[in-house]
Design a protein. Structure first.
Length: 333
């Protein structure tokens, strides 16, 4: 009876616009949301991150084990996730509706909304007329829709992760922030990944925000490794110790500065080349024939670099990641 009275008082208190945040979770962790107020196998309907704020409680009750659970609604991306979580992981929001944690939660949902192919969901994060940059004219809704539809068709799968947030300026009517977002995109036959650094102006609206303006400070696309098929590499007739390497076929390794990371008498294992590709280093495989024995030596060269200084800048990283004995090799034609 006491539990019923306490629960009734709790629900009356929820009549206010109280919002909650996640507590008792490690940074980077997440909390499972379930379709029933118990921990059962295959009852998870989603999860919410440890930094989550703006959670609303619809109702609470005690389960058969006497544990209190609450049915919550959490804005995630451009949608809402609803289900049951243990009451002990919820606490009233601290730091106010303009705290850094609440801003982080809003921005992550803002970027996640662009993972969905629904412009209407993304629109809810902006004030209108929408601005693309702080100093440029407004972008019309029709223009934005055309751009986004083309973008969604090209990159069907998208993933955005907010990795850095800095508050630049706080005013009574707006907040300026700088955000770093790492992204990955996949299309039908292509993929890309990289990061953007952006400046955003946020307008507090009730218990959330709206994006008034957005400015791209930098846009980085991770370069793809240049793969040269082994059969396309030249056979070089040379003594391998002292003389410069002279290509003997019409297909040549270009002159320039390289970093030699390996020399092999047998076929090069794919795992070794995959390791180089994993660090996005462009490379070539050069076949060198030793005239005295007709022995073929396969040299793995990272490059080319336009100058010895550029090669030297990369040498330390190559030694750390690929081969501690790597060295610079100069090729002349």
């Amino acid at each position: 009876m006491k539990k019923i009275i306490l629960l009734s008082l709790l629900l009356i208190g929820m009549g206010n616009a109280t919002t909650y945040q996640i507590v008792h979770l490690k940074k980077g962790g997440s909390l499972n949301v379930r379709e029933v107020p118990e921990i059962r196998y295959r009852t998870t309907v989603g999860n919410i991150p440890a930094y989550a704020t703006g959670i609303k409680i619809r109702q609470c009750k005690y389960n058969s084990q006497g544990d209190e659970w609450c049915y919550i609604s959490y804005p995630k991306g451009g949608s809402h996730l609803e289900g049951w979580v243990s009451r002990r992981f919820l606490a009233p929001m601290s730091g106010g509706s303009t705290s850094k944690r609440h801003i982080q939660n809003f921005l992550q949902n803002f970027y996640m909304a662009d993972e969905e192919n629904f412009l209407d969901k993304l629109q809810s994060f902006y004030t209108f007329p929408m601005q693309q940059y702080l100093w440029k004219k407004n972008v019309s809704l029709m223009q934005l829709r055309s751009q986004k539809v083309h973008f969604y068709k090209k990159w069907g799968k998208r993933d955005y992760r907010l990795t850095y947030l800095k508050i630049l300026k706080r005013r009574s009517n707006y907040i300026d922030v700088q955000a770093t977002v790492r992204w990955k995109m996949r299309g039908y036959k292509d993929s890309q990944e990289g990061k953007d650094v952006q400046k955003l102006r946020l307008i507090p609206t009730g218990n959330t925000f709206k994006v008034l303006a957005l400015k791209n400070l930098s846009h980085y696309v991770k370069p793809k490794p240049i793969v040269v098929k082994e059969e396309d590499t030249p056979v070089v007739d040379s003594n391998i110790t002292t003389k410069p390497l002279i290509a003997s076929s019409s297909i040549e390794v270009g002159a320039g500065y390289y970093i030699q990371v390996g020399s092999f008498f047998k076929e090069i294992k794919s795992s070794y080349l995959n390791r180089i590709r994993g660090f996005s280093y462009p490379y070539v495989i050069q076949k060198v024939v030793k005239p005295s024995s007709d022995m073929v030596i396969r040299r793995v060269l990272i490059g080319p670099f336009n100058s010895s200084a550029l090669a030297m800048d990369s040498l330390a990283g190559v030694r750390e990641k690929i081969n501690k004995n790597a060295y610079i090799q100069t090729l002349k034609l």
